[in-house]
Design a protein. Structure first.
Length: 450
């Protein structure tokens, strides 16, 4: 846990936190992909510049998770830096191989085709882009699979970046392969075909009221429109709603519920997360005022960039009838997906009524010091400690993300029961994750039948 905290602190610097809010990178479609490379040690490698890739932002879906696996991050940076820390099983083997740029299958089973270690792929003319703070070539391979134009990648172990120093280059084609220490290259796995996922409506486990909060500028509106058109995510629930600070039409029958907030907040706390408690205090006030949740048994808050399967959630809920709400991580509730019973929200609504203006849950706001908390921790502590909503079981199949030790989250194939994967901020990567998840589920089901 100490090692995990150290890595998380390094990779959660303010500059990275700001990058987490950026949208999908722009790409260079007008000329050749030609990353700069020089002979010599890795730390002399010049990363691609704006001349090669006009970069307006980082793909927050993957940059935000530059903490993938403690073991993977350690191996990528070199095991020699782990002196004084408790050695995990297999650590001695990793120490022997610490000088290697990367050992495929050395930390966890690789899902990428065989990689070329200490080799640079030089891109041919056409499309290309690059991403900063990508800790492993395994994640770089998954990123390439998540972009339909990408046919090859090169991962730079140390591109001289602050925090997590690694970089991932994606390219449409290869003109040549060059030996170069400190780089790992390869091709992505074959992409699985996409089909709309099954819905959860009318299940015996109870009806679902699912909602998302959308920032009107950026990628989220397009991502939610795609989900609506494909009956995916929250739009596979019994009822879906989108909240925002502007009235926008997501689809002919989906107009945003307007909340009184700028939807802007700072970053802080021990993990430099969004300090968005007050934003969601307003969102929950609006949701309670609208009142549609009362028609349903469960209330599900889902981030727009979380790949969510309502049908899997419905199957899971069969064993949690009577729960107050369900925690999704042993470290405490995390925000990508939050699951509450309607009676839990009723308890929250009663606390709002105690405030003089009805704009905040009085007891929770006055009895907790939550200035450095995100909304997920605020809700968890408000419901469990202050309002005493019980029972609160924990189920790790609710969510797969690196912040809760789901190391290979980016492959989206943790089995047929995993309810959500996070984060995927572009339509291409979201669609690819959904296809991988459904493909792996179908494969496992077929294996069980045989």
């Amino acid at each position: 846990l100490k090692l995990r905290h150290i890595i998380k602190s390094v990779c959660s610097a303010p500059s990275l936190s700001r990058a987490m809010a950026a949208s999908h990178d722009s790409v260079n479609t007008s000329g050749a992909y030609a990353p700069v490379a020089v002979a010599g040690p890795v730390d002399e490698l010049a990363p691609p510049t704006a001349a090669h890739f006009p970069r307006r932002g980082l793909i927050a879906a993957l940059c935000a998770t530059a903490l993938v696996a403690v073991g993977a991050a350690t191996a990528a940076r070199g095991g020699a830096q782990s002196q004084g820390l408790r050695q995990l099983p297999g650590a001695a083997d990793l120490q022997i191989k610490a000088e290697a740029t990367w050992v495929q299958n050395g930390v966890f089973p690789s899902q990428a085709p065989e990689m070329d270690v200490d080799v640079q792929y030089v891109g041919a003319a056409g499309w290309g882009t690059n991403y900063d703070h990508i800790p492993t070539p395994e994640m770089c391979a998954a990123m390439c699979q998540g972009v339909e134009k990408c046919n090859a990648y090169t991962w730079v172990k140390d591109a001289g970046l602050p925090g997590c120093p690694s970089q991932c280059w994606l390219m449409e084609g290869i003109s040549e392969k060059k030996p170069l220490k400190g780089l790992v290259s390869g091709k992505p796995p074959t992409r699985k075909p996409f089909a709309p996922p099954p819905a959860s409506k009318g299940k015996a486990s109870g009806s679902l009221y699912c909602f998302a909060l959308m920032v009107p500028e950026g990628y989220e509106e397009g991502l939610l429109k795609w989900q609506h058109d494909n009956k995916a995510g929250i739009f596979g629930c019994d009822q879906a709603a989108v909240y925002s600070n502007k009235q926008l039409t997501i689809a002919p029958a989906v107009v945003t519920q307007v909340v009184n907030s700028t939807l802007k907040c700072g970053y802080g706390g021990d993990s430099m997360s969004a300090l968005n408690s007050w934003i969601f205090i307003e969102v929950w006030r609006k949701l309670i005022a609208v009142g549609d949740y009362k028609k349903h048994d469960w209330v599900v808050k889902v981030d727009p960039d979380a790949v969510f399967f309502p049908d899997r959630l419905s199957k899971l809920l069969v064993k949690y009838q009577g729960a107050g709400y369900i925690n999704n991580c042993r470290y405490g509730m995390h925000g990508p997906i939050e699951l509450f019973s309607s009676r839990a929200i009723d308890a929250l609504a009663a606390d709002y009524k105690l405030s003089w203006d009805g704009k905040a849950p009085k007891t929770c706001v006055t009895k907790m010091d939550f200035g450095q908390w995100g909304e997920d921790m605020f809700m968890d502590q408000c419901l469990s400690k202050i309002l005493e909503v019980k029972p609160v079981p924990t189920d790790s199949t609710l969510m797969c993300e690196s912040h809760c030790e789901c190391n290979a989250w980016y492959w989206c194939n943790e089995g047929p029961d995993m309810v959500s994967y996070h984060p995927f901020k572009s339509i291409d990567s979201f669609k690819n994750c959904m296809a991988n998840a459904m493909g792996s589920a179908a494969k496992e089901t077929k294996h069980m039948l045989h």
